[in-house]
Ligand binder design. Structure first.
Ligand code: UDP
Length: 381
């Protein structure tokens, strides 16, 4: 009989859902019929509605006032402040308790920093013994919220994340470092130019032209419209694809855009086939979101980082620069310069960035995280 698993996420950005989905896909393929995975955003049904609205304010907040987000991140990043914040956050507990009661899951997995402790409180209140796992979806700067010492296992994607959790008193025997789960569609294409050409043809792109993918997380934040226009107006001999995510304003404003060579720019809203676009591209121009970075590394794409969300994404940008897999290009002129350098046929910079990308990619992370969750769930069933 199929066992239920409860994956807790919040649709703040797109990275939490993407990681949960990647793990769920692996379980479905590797162990068909063994588990039924429910991926749920408990903020969406939380009462009072204020909390649900707080989660839906994330998109507009990072779009228009990212410094407020950065301030909140740093101000709450200590054990004392996490305890204070919990006085507000406990209102999500009943929604999680209802899910635990109705689903009777074999394990609960939190893919969001605000949900691990809530799951532990709900478990305590119900007097259950269901195991709880935290799968950290930030890459480097792991906030104290993630480090709940009362869960059964914390899975982190990097040594930096491991260190942060240890300092926040997560016991060593409940911590494991794997990588950020990435869907199988992004993996296995990096060294195959023919697969890239084929993917371009399927998407209606020129198979032989250097292809630049511009995106900026699920919310299309960070002035994606301006950066797309700058590249379109640069006169470079590139194919330009712009994925605006949920940023409908940018999508509408860019619709019908043509570049200086009078070629159409491909403009998309929220896509459900990001893996296809990434595996068709040569480089990605993006904000430093952890999900996009992990996916781009698996797809073999060097990264040009245009901005980062203050707080949890600064470390991602620095890590890419230090390892040589990415460069930081906040200014328009720098962006055009870098793309021009990488688009030159046989560009040595492109080759060295591709080598760094291959070193960092963790295509097996989704499978490893899924197997860890499976073993926790089976142990207690
Ligand atoms: N994404 C998507 N469709 C879009 C835009 C983004 O599926 O149109 C996905 C992207 O592939 C990635 C996630 O949304 O998995 C974005 O995660 P990231 O951590 O980069 O940024 P966030 O949106 O969480 O701030």
């Amino acid at each position: 009989m199929s066992r239920p698993l409860l994956f807790l996420i919040a649709d703040t950005g797109g990275g939490h859902r993407a990681a949960a989905t990647a793990v769920s896909h692996h379980l479905g393929v590797a162990h068909p019929g063994e588990f039924t995975v429910e991926i749920v955003d408990p903020f969406a049904t939380a009462s009072p509605r204020l909390l649900g609205r707080t989660a839906s304010l994330y998109g507009p907040l990072i779009q228009h006032a990212p410094w407020v987000w950065g301030g909140l991140f740093h101000a709450t990043n200590s054990r004392a402040m996490v305890r204070v914040s919990e006085l507000v956050l406990h209102s999500v507990d009943p929604a999680i308790a209802r899910l635990m009661t109705s689903l009777e899951p074999a394990a609960v997995v939190s893919f969001h920093p605000l949900l691990n402790r809530a799951a532990v409180r709900a478990r305590r209140r119900l007097g259950l013994r269901v195991p709880i796992v935290t799968a950290v979806t930030d890459l480097v700067d792991v906030h104290t919220f993630w480090a709940s010492p009362d869960v059964d296992l914390v899975i982190v994607p990097s040594p930096g994340g491991l260190d942060r959790c240890r300092r926040n008193r997560v016991p060593a025997d409940r911590l494991v470092q794997v990588g950020l789960p990435v869907d199988a569609g992004f993996t296995g294409h990096d060294s195959d130019p023919d697969a890239r050409r084929l993917q371009r043809l399927q998407l209606g792109l020129d198979p032989d032209r250097f292809t630049v993918l511009v995106c900026s997380g699920a919310d299309g934040s960070g002035d994606i419209e301006r950066r797309a226009r700058v590249l379109a107006g640069s006169g470079l001999d590139i194919s330009l694809v712009v994925i605006c995510g949920r940023n409908r304003r940018a999508e509408a404003a860019l619709a019908g855009l043509r570049d200086r060579r009078d070629r159409p720019v491909v403009v998309q809203g929220f896509v459900t086939n990001m893996a296809q676009w990434m595996t068709a591209a040569d480089i990605v121009v993006t904000k430093a979101g952890p999900g996009t970075i992990a996916e781009a590394l698996c797809a073999g794409l060097p990264l040009l980082i245009t901005w980062f969300l203050p707080g949890q994404e600064r470390g991602n940008m620095e890590w890419l620069i230090d390892t040589g897999a990415g460069r930081y290009v906040p200014g328009d002129a720098e962006l055009v310069d870098e793309v021009a350098e990488l688009a030159v046929p046989g560009s040595p910079s492109l080759l060295s960035m591709q080598a760094a990308v291959a070193q960092l990619a963790r295509p097996e992370a989704a499978a490893e995280v899924a197997e860890l969750i499976r073993s926790v769930a089976l142990k207690r069933s």
